[in-house]
Design a protein around this ligand. Structure first.
Ligand code: NAD
Length: 506
């Protein structure tokens, strides 16, 4: 552990702010590993004045960074991607130490950062605007995309490094600077990432481009959200957080990109390939101990295949190796903390109270190095139970049986969230119906692939209470820029649009 921390420049106590220099003199925050409850290191949080310094640096940094040509900005992001390649294993292991996901997933998360850097490098030469034909003679119309400003990025504990990169790499090539407020559960990974970026930024004499402000909600989070100098707040986390952040940003008529909770379902039709379905459900529901926004939380299964699929899943669940996520062979590590364990046990109790039946799991494990290890759980439930409409951030899967695909898809959509969805089927008609406008209402809809594990090339995000934001690939970059529509009149006359005549006397 010490070796990983020192390789990534983490000391016993670390300043939590970076704007080109490191500082931080507020309260000391302990980063506790969920693996064994040990304190990994501590961070001195931002005071109000220190957070203000970070914002001022990002504002000043923006004035210079936006003047740097986009492909040159891309070259800087390429170097950051290369630094990440150098530190892939160490950073992935730190993600595991601090967050508790297994090493393969920790390293996979860093790979995602590398991938988005590559994507952003290409994008830096493709920030295209459209041209239009003017209705007036001798006029030219086009649109162009300008850098937007310093961006506030608020991230959740469960993807402690990748979500920053989805925002920061894209924002950087768009000419924006970034202020990052990470989760207080995972500050060390944020420090490590910033130290990696620092090496590149410093070598180019860049200050205020990728800034960090580790602090509590009152000192950093809420002031960021209310700050008119930050035209965009990109916030990833729970629906409860989004319900505070969204209105606060809207109150100042700012722009927010919200990536909030999901309640993702896999629908399995009659005749589906059950071998694939079992593997997909297992990875989706048990992977990351059910702590992905895209984790599979509901299995909507046709009655013709329900018994077979459920019994195969129960068997597979019993064989999931649970334990130290750093150890080879482990598939499920601990939950993040005691609050998460309490949410797990409360949801199971509530489900039972509402008439559901626990098919396997349902217990906190004894004799583990910390009290945060639980058994992955399958619960037979009904679609109308209130508990199945909630996101519990834990490995709980509700199995709901139905008699027709139409009914299953209706149930899938009958929850407040709309992030990820999947159907397992061999029937083209069912697949196409699922993907049609009357089908899945989610931001992500997959066929014969589970709900989690998205690639960076697509725009990522969801509908309804998931917040409507999109980040990462496709044209998500447009949220990070301001669009300007330009009309140039080279005709020598002044014709008005819509043929309006407006002249006085001549
Ligand atoms: P959380 O809502 O507790 O915290 C997320 C972040 O928001 C933290 O940095 C927190 O300090 C900050 N925050 C909370 N209230 C705030 C406020 N009023 N003003 C400013 N900042 C505030 O979430 P969490 O427990 O860290 O993460 C789990 C949740 O995140 C789950 O609901 C999961 O589905 C969601 N999530 C969504 C996505 C997505 O892309 N849709 C990705 C990852 C996680």
């Amino acid at each position: 552990m010490k070796e990983i921390l020192s390789q990534l420049g983490i000391e016993a106590t670390n300043p939590g702010c970076y704007d080109g220099e490191w500082f931080g003199s507020g309260d000391e925050l302990e980063s506790v590993s969920p693996i064994d409850g040990e304190v990994l290191a501590t961070v001195r949080l931002a005071t109000a004045a220190e957070h203000e310094r970070v914002v001022a640096s990002a504002v000043a940094g923006f004035a210079k960074w936006r003047d740097t040509p986009a492909p040159v900005r891309g070259a800087v992001v390429r170097e950051i991607g290369n630094e990440l390649r150098e530190h892939r294993e160490a950073l992935g292991r730190l993600v595991t130490l601090e967050m508790g996901k297994i090493v393969a997933e920790g390293v996979g998360e860093v790979q995602e950062m590398i991938d988005i850097c590559d994507f952003a490098v290409g994008l830096s030469r493709q920030l295209y605007g459209l041209t239009m034909h003017s209705e007036r003679p001798g006029h030219r119309m086009y649109e162009q995309w300008h850098p937007l400003g310093p961006i506030g990025v608020i991230t959740a504990f469960n993807f402690p490094v990748a979500v920053w990169s989805w925002n920061a790499a894209i924002a950087a090539v768009c000419g924006d600077t970034v202020i990052w407020k990470p989760s207080d559960k995972t500050p060390l990974t944020a420090l490590a990432v910033t130290r990696i970026a620092e090496r590149v930024l410093e070598s180019h004499g860049l200050r205020g481009v990728m800034c960090l402000s580790v602090g509590d909600i009152d000192t950093v989070g809420a002031p960021m959200v209310a700050d008119p100098r930050l035209p965009l707040i990109s916030a990833t986390g729970s629906v409860a957080m989004g319900k505070q952040v969204g209105p606060a940003v809207a109150a100042r008529l700012g722009r927010s990109l919200l990536e909030l909770g999901g309640n993702n379902a896999i629908t399995v039709t009659e005749g589906a390939n059950l071998d694939l379905a079992v593997r997909a459900v297992l990875f989706g529901a048990v992977g990351t101990a059910g702590q992905r926004c895209t984790s599979t939380r509901r299995l909507l299964v046709h009655s013709a295949v329900s018994d077979e699929l459920t019994s195969r899943l129960v068997k597979a669940y019993d064989q999931v190796p649970i334990g130290d996520p750093l150890a080879e062979g482990t598939l499920m590590g601990p939950l993040i903390d005691g609050q998460a364990v309490a949410a797990y046990t409360e949801a199971i109790a509530l489900a039972k109270k509402q008439g559901a039946e626990v098919l396997c799991g349902g217990e906190v494990l004894d004799g583990m190095p910390s009290p945060y290890y639980v058994k992955p759980t399958i619960i037979r439930a009904r679609a109308d139970m209130p508990i199945v409409k909630e996101e519990t951030f834990a490995p709980i899967l509700y199995v709901i049986e139905g008699d027709s695909v139409e009914q299953l898809v209706r149930w899938q959509n009958d929850v407040p969230q709309g992030l990820s969805s999947a159907m397992f089927t061999q029937d083209l008609g069912h697949a196409e119906r699922f993907l049609s406008h009357g089908g899945s209402d989610c931001g992500i809809a997959n066929i014969n692939i589970g709900t989690s594990g998205a690639e960076i090339g697509g725009a990522f995000g969801g509908e309804k209470e998931t917040g409507g934001g999109r980040e990462a690939g496709s044209d998500a970059w447009k949220t990070y820029m301001r669009r300007q529509t330009v009309t140039i009149n080279w005709s020598g006359a002044l014709p008005l649009a819509q043929g309006i005549e407006f002249s006085a006397g001549d």
